[in-house]
Design a binder for this molecule. Structure first.
Ligand SMILES: [Zn+2]
Length: 115
């Protein structure tokens, strides 16, 4: 963001000054007012994180089915002994690492088809 104002730093006066023309300042102020947000609210949104980060966090709460990997066959049946987090790719051991959420990234895991 290109600032139109500068903080006074001469120690005599406080506040801000600007070289910009009044019309430019009015347009910039209008753009901020059109957001409908107070400056404190904008700071709060910044603290929460970006829209993309929030979307990713919500996305992780939707359970996803893991990928399974078999180590080989036993009596003609596939033996799935590894499940892989669909979000971060961390590998876990079936029947041993039984998590509802990936400990590495927090992705919700849908394991209901596994029997
Ligand atoms: Zn993960």
């Amino acid at each position: 963001m290109k600032r139109l104002t500068n903080k006074r730093c001469n120690g005599i006066k406080e506040g801000y000054w600007s070289q910009a023309k009044k019309e430019e300042l009015v347009q910039r102020l209008a753009a901020y007012e059109d957001t409908g947000l107070e400056p404190a609210e904008i700071q709060q949104y910044r603290a929460i994180g970006t829209v993309e980060e929030c979307r990713a966090a919500v996305e992780k709460q939707n359970p996803k089915k893991p990928d399974y990997e078999s180590d080989g066959d036993a009596d003609g049946y596939h033996v799935y002994d590894t499940w892989i987090c669909p979000n971060c790719g961390t590998r876990y051991e079936v029947d041993y690492d039984d998590y509802k959420y990936c400990p590495e990234c927090g992705q919700a895991i849908d394991r209901c088809e596994e029997e």
